[in-house]
Design a protein around this ligand. Structure first.
Ligand code: FBP
Length: 268
């Protein structure tokens, strides 16, 4: 049997650190760039406090921008895998330019700081889809040299996308993400276990649900997480539903129970 390449081994090792037994609850925390201060209460406005809580909660991995990863390295290093988000856009841009993500970090810097993965967004269907897909393909190619897995934030968005959660649209976005080399897909929930199962079964890579805006009832979010896991999903990548919750650690731990132990949210 021929040996795997060094970078092939590296990718497997890093993937297994993020997706423990194939499943993960990842904490997404790039909102300071994407959304700005409106996402944070005063107590959660300092990223160090939030990363500290995420580490304490036991998340399987944390997705950060390069700068916040650097500023919090003493909190996460050696304790939890970090995925560096390499693209972004601010909400300060004119509305018509907010459907375009651009490069805000580099693969070599992520490797240098010991990251276990990188991530980038493609707004499938947006006018700038070509530039974002090209950027993503470049990130995949650079990451391949270093054995870094690449997660795509596969978000259908644009004038022809009527429903971002539509099964056909999510299936298309997921398939297109595979076509350009994504190792892990983070995308929207399609509204039911059956439809999400069809998405999961249509691609050969793990699919994680993207959290979305905070639900009024925390149990409602946990029920969606349960549905994702019942559908064969690999987990969730969640931000606001945790850091906007009063009980950060309790909410995070409940999500981890559902992801890893299949707990029924109504019994938690
Ligand atoms: P949430 O769980 O808070 O939705 O976080 C996931 C995420 O993809 C973040 O990584 C990102 O900052 C945000 O959602 C983008 O949300 P949107 O593009 O809908 O404003």
């Amino acid at each position: 049997m021929p040996w795997d390449s060094c970078s092939g081994i590296g990718k497997k090792v890093r993937l297994s650190r993020i997706l423990k037994s194939g499943k993960a609850a990842v904490f997404a925390f790039d909102h300071g760039f994407e959304h700005g201060p409106s996402d944070f209460t005063p107590e959660r406005s300092n990223p160090r406090k939030v990363v500290e809580l995420a580490v304490e909660s036991g998340f399987d991995a944390i997705m950060l921008t390069r700068g916040v990863a650097q500023a919090t390295a003493d909190l996460w290093a050696g304790r939890v895998p970090v995925i560096v988000k390499l693209t972004g856009k601010t909400s300060l841009r004119p509305p018509d330019m907010q459907m375009q993500q651009y490069r805000i970090g580099f693969v070599e810097d992520a490797v240098a700081m010991g990251a276990d993965g990188v991530a980038a967004t493609v707004y499938w269907g947006a006018p700038g889809e070509d530039a974002m897909a090209e950027e993503f393909a470049a990130i995949v190619s650079e990451s391949e040299r270093f054995g870094l897995p690449v997660m795509i934030l596969a978000y259908p968005r644009g004038p022809s996308i009527i429903d971002r959660h539509d099964e056909y649209i999510i299936k298309y976005a997921s398939r297109a993400s595979v076509e350009i080399g994504a190792d892990i897909i983070k995308t929207h929930y399609t509204g039911s276990t059956e439809s999400f199962r069809r998405v999961v079964e249509s691609v050969p890579v793990p699919v994680l649900m993207s959290g979305g805006a905070k639900t009024e009832d925390p149990k409602e979010f946990l029920r969606i997480v349960k549905s994702v896991m019942d559908a064969g999903g690999a987990g969730v990548v969640v931000g606001r539903n945790v850091f906007q919750s009063q009980d950060f650690v309790g909410t995070a731990r409940a999500i981890l129970e559902v992801v890893h132990k299949g707990m029924d949210p109504d019994r938690l």
